[in-house]
Design a protein around this ligand. Structure first.
Ligand code: GLN
Length: 508
């Protein structure tokens, strides 16, 4: 059995710290020990920052002992996806092109985490530049799913999800451009939230597609996600797309929801996000949860969003187009890797070519080529222009659906975790994983995935909730209510059913 401290939710750990039952140094050390014991197998972390984490923990303990007023999550350790810049800590975005780059500043959300006194355990693995659904596109090896080490932990944020599901960290940060918080959440039995676009600052996130990217919480409970969301959310003058309004009352909504009363709430089932293509066990668990929502007093209606059928196509033009432009700055001159041509003259252009050729992986190259093509004169209107029109239609579908329902729901991902290699040679099959998560990014609306039991193959399944922009609190009300009902039917959190990981002492 694992160390008990690592099984606590962040909110329970925070209470134990407040009541001085344990210290932050003990809590942080317990998680570092767990990482040392299981991460040789899981490979959720690209970098473990033990010294820095323990120093923060000691500082928080001293302040607490001195009677200082602290943030509710002070002293609770956290893991951060490696696409978020951290001053003095390596940040690679899963790419060889950034190997050994040390950022000179902190992302705004990291500043907030540090100011609140959360020890940062390290940086988590991911698909290169957040492109993928499995972490198989990381330049530094796969992360394993704690439920089955032969299977993917989702992506791109598989490292954050595996760290939380594997009890290496109670909290983690993810980023979601097309589902990279929610789909890993679904396949690892964790909670993941993509806030409203602009709800959490993007300052200091290594951009993939700027109009879609959003950072958010990865946790084991809905309340923990709310606590972290409230901490990292809110206006930031460094991000021109940041919403200049207070963070929606997500913690209050989670506490309210946990009481289990959804009377008067209208839940819309999106017709286009279920049925064909969804694994039988995924659909069965989804239908059962609709029954749970009815039992809690919600009214369940069906809504139709016909243009969601084109969401994937629009996304795979808009996202590569923006990424091709965002990734142009990795040129061998400013950051990380620099490769000189093997022979011939050393011109700027040839160094850029050699660096990008050696530093980027296949999936990144594929998308840069696709995006550059879609943006080129002569094709711009046909591809990028049409995709933007589809995006408007998707936004209109959401607006119409939210007239009829307060939240929309669907399975998070069509299948449970697949095996390594299963979809690696077939990019289109890989892309299909995101069919249910992508519409939210295209419209900027918030979404949550929470554990929805196990499919017939014994692997976790996710339940997705979507709300109108700036109404993130609704996700938490519904999520917490459903979580409470489901956990009482399972006799506790779903992760209790995950197999024990083999532990080994690793020298780090
Ligand atoms: N899997 C999707 C992609 O490959 C989403 C990635 C993400 O959200 N960062 O683009």
């Amino acid at each position: 059995m694992t160390n008990d401290i690592t099984r606590l939710s962040a909110s329970d750990l925070a209470s134990a710290l407040r009541s001085k039952t344990i210290t932050s140094v003990e809590a942080t050390q317990a998680h570092l020990d767990r990482i040392a014991a299981v991460d040789g197998d899981l490979h959720a972390f690209l970098h473990v920052s033990s010294d820095e984490a323990l120093a923060t923990a000691a500082e928080v303990d001293a302040k607490r002992a001195g009677g200082e007023e602290l943030h509710p999550l002070a002293g609770v350790p956290i893991a951060v996806k490696d696409v978020v810049v951290t001053k003095g800590l390596p940040t690679t975005a899963g790419s060889k092109i950034l190997e050994r780059w040390i950022p000179p500043y902190d992302a705004t959300l990291v500043e907030r985490i540090k100011a609140a006194g959360l020890p940062i355990l390290g940086k988590t693995n991911m698909d290169e530049f957040a492109m993928g659904s499995s972490t198989e596109h990381s330049a530094f090896g796969n992360t394993k799913n704690p439920w089955d080490l032969d299977r993917i932990p989702g992506g791109s944020g598989g490292g954050s999800a595996a760290a939380v599901a594997g009890f290496e960290a109670p909290l983690a940060i993810g980023t979601d451009t097309g589902g990279s918080i929610r789909q890993p959440g679904a396949v690892t039995g964790t909670v993941g939230v993509k806030p409203t676009y602009g709800g959490v600052s993007r300052y200091g996130l290594i951009a993939m597609a700027s109009s879609l990217d959003q950072a958010g919480p990865v946790t084991r409970t809905v309340l923990d996600a709310a606590l972290l969301h409230e901490l990292i959310g809110g206006h930031d003058p460094h991000d021109s797309t940041s919403i200049n309004e207070p963070v929606p009352g997500v913690v209050a909504a989670a506490r309210q929801g946990a009481k289990g009363d959804l009377k008067g709430l209208r839940v819309g089932v999106v017709k286009e996000l279920s049925g064909e293509g969804y694994q039988a066990g995924v659909s069965a668990r989804f239908d059962e949860s609709l029954e749970q929502l009815r039992a809690l007093g919600a009214e369940v209606v069906e809504v139709s969003c016909p243009s969601f059928a084109y969401a994937l196509d629009a996304y795979y033009l808009i996202m590569p187009a923006e990424a091709s432009s965002n990734l142009a700055k990795f040129d061998g001159m400013r950051f990380g890797l620099r490769v000189e041509p093997a022979d011939g003259p050393v011109t700027a252009e040839r160094v850029m070519g050699a660096t990008r050729g050696a530093g980027f992986g296949d999936e990144v190259k594929r998308r840069v080529i696709l995006g550059t093509y879609a943006l080129s004169a002569g094709y711009y209107d046909a591809y990028y222009g049409s995709a933007q029109k589809v995006r408007t239609l998707i936004q209109r579908d959401f607006a119409a659906a939210f007239e009829r329902a307060d939240v929309l729901v669907s399975p998070t991902a069509p299948t449970t975790a697949f095996k390594f290699g299963e979809k690696l040679d077939d990019p289109l099959a890989m892309y299909l994983n995101d069919v249910a998560t992508i519409p939210a990014n295209l419209a900027g609306v918030p979404g949550m995935s929470l554990p929805n039991g196990l499919s017939d193959d014994g692997l976790p399944v996710g339940f997705q909730i979507l709300a109108p922009a700036k109404a993130d609190d609704r996700l938490y009300r519904v999520g917490a209510a459903l979580e409470a009902a489901l956990e009482s039917s399972w006799g506790g959190p779903i992760l209790n059913k995950a197999p024990e990981l083999k532990t080994t002492e690793l020298a780090r």
